[in-house]
Design a binder for this molecule. Structure first.
Ligand SMILES: NC(=O)c1ccc[n+]([C@@H]2O[C@H](COP(=O)([O-])OP(=O)(O)OC[C@H]3O[C@@H](n4cnc5c(N)ncnc54)[C@H](OP(=O)(O)O)[C@@H]3O)[C@@H](O)[C@H]2O)c1
Ligand SMILES: [Zn+2]
Length: 344
């Protein structure tokens, strides 16, 4: 029994690492990986490459067949419950039944109500042995697809707040000056974070004072959608954020802005500033994760991302779980999951 669990974990880890190759390419679909095992050997591997392309299970079945393997009687490891609905492709659950596989192991159920449990039921009804993994591997599968889970469960993207600040928590001086607070290592890391989100958001205050490009430059990666919250249409015509068509300027409240982003297929959003917008996201609880860069400087008077916030006791304050610290040159990145964020 224990040996079986270990092999489940090994194959599912492999499937999860295949799934992660789809990062930023599959949205609004989830990242999914699949490994097909027969007689103790992997005979097929696949992942969902891009929205509109075949699902991971189909890729893995095709891979097995391309190498002349017979998939009948095999065990299929798939990171997400196989789909049961006719979308851009026919349902994978039905296809697995037709192919005559014996067992399907899944790391998590599909949070999409169109699928949830239906894929699993199709497989069970057809007499296929179904194993759902729990614990750490289930948590990792959900974490990989946190944006997809949030959009289906909470109808909003998974939101990361990112800020660079001094040791005394100031993102800029009172006169608006903030360039360059952190060093090149921290800024490179910030570009890596950009590349892993579907959209980046700032307020018009940041556009007016910094005119940021909001693109991925220090590392290789796909540019996210650029989003500006600007209720009085103050974004200049020649602002760098308008350099190509991959941007949207919204003049609504945060809730409607998030709904609009979901409509545009955004699963993960990073809010990059400035202090007013970050504070509003945090105060209203639209905040799931923080990436806080601290530079070894003391700015004195200035703005942080906690404007208008106050608690009567420390026990009421927002907390951060799963905290991680990384030194980047002279700066420190503190990151973790905000306690105000709902469960995955
Ligand atoms: N260190 C860092 O990480 C960092 C990052 C970014 C910016 N900054 C600095 O921050 C300063 C700009 O600060 P800021 O607070 O003015 O920038 P901001 O938060 O980017 O922009 C604030 C503006 O956004 C608009 N807005 C639209 N919807 C909003 C909402 N729901 N909640 C709050 N604001 C909303 C408001 O203008 P309307 O009412 O007209 O819409 C508001 O004046 C600059 O000095 C910049 O250099 C620092
Ligand atoms: Zn499918």
């Amino acid at each position: 029994m224990e040996a079986k669990k270990i092999s489940h974990d090994i194959y599912m880890n492999k499937a999860l690492s295949l799934a992660s190759r789809g990062l930023r390419r599959t949205s609004p679909n989830p990242m999914v990986g699949c490994v097909i095992v027969k007689d103790g050997k992997i005979i097929g591997e696949g992942w969902h490459h891009e929205c509109g392309y075949p699902h991971a299970e189909i890729e893995a079945l095709n891979d097995a067949k391309a190498h002349n393997h017979d998939v009948r009687g095999s065990t299929v490891y798939v990171t997400l419950e196989p789909c049961s609905h006719y979308g851009k492709t026919p349902p994978c659950a039905n296809r697995l039944v037709e192919e005559g596989v014996s067992e399907v192991v899944v790391a998590m159920r599909d949070p999409n109500p169109k699928v949830n449990s239906k894929g699993i039921n199709i497989l069970r009804d057809a007499g296929i042995k179904l194993t759902e993994l729990e614990g750490e591997i289930n948590a990792r599968a959900k974490w990989l697809n946190r944006g997809f889970v949030f959009v289906h469960k909470y109808h909003r993207p998974f939101i990361t707040l990112k800020a660079a600040m001094s040791l005394d928590g100031k993102m800029c001086l009172d006169n608006g000056s903030s360039k360059w607070l952190t060093g090149i290592e921290a800024r490179t890391k910030a570009h890596e974070l950009r590349a892993s989100n579907d959209a980046l958001l700032v307020g018009v205050g940041t556009i007016l004072s910094d005119d940021p490009e909001l693109t991925v430059r220090h590392v290789a990666g796909i540019n996210p959608l650029r989003v500006v919250l600007d209720r009085q249409h103050r974004t200049p015509k020649n602002a760098k954020v308008r350099n190509d068509d991959n941007y949207v300027i919204l003049d609504c409240d945060i809730k409607s802005a998030l709904e609009e982003l979901v409509k545009r297929g955004v699963l993960t959003l990073m809010v990059e500033g400035g202090p007013e917008v970050l504070s509003t996201f945090l105060r209203e609880g639209f905040a799931d994760y923080v990436n806080l860069f601290y530079a070894p400087k003391i700015l004195g008077e200035g703005k942080g991302f906690n404007l208008g916030m106050g608690f009567d006791s420390v026990s009421e304050a927002f907390g951060v779980n799963y905290v991680k610290f990384t030194q980047l040159g002279q700066d420190i990145l503190v990151e973790g999951r905000l306690t105000c964020s709902p469960d995955l």
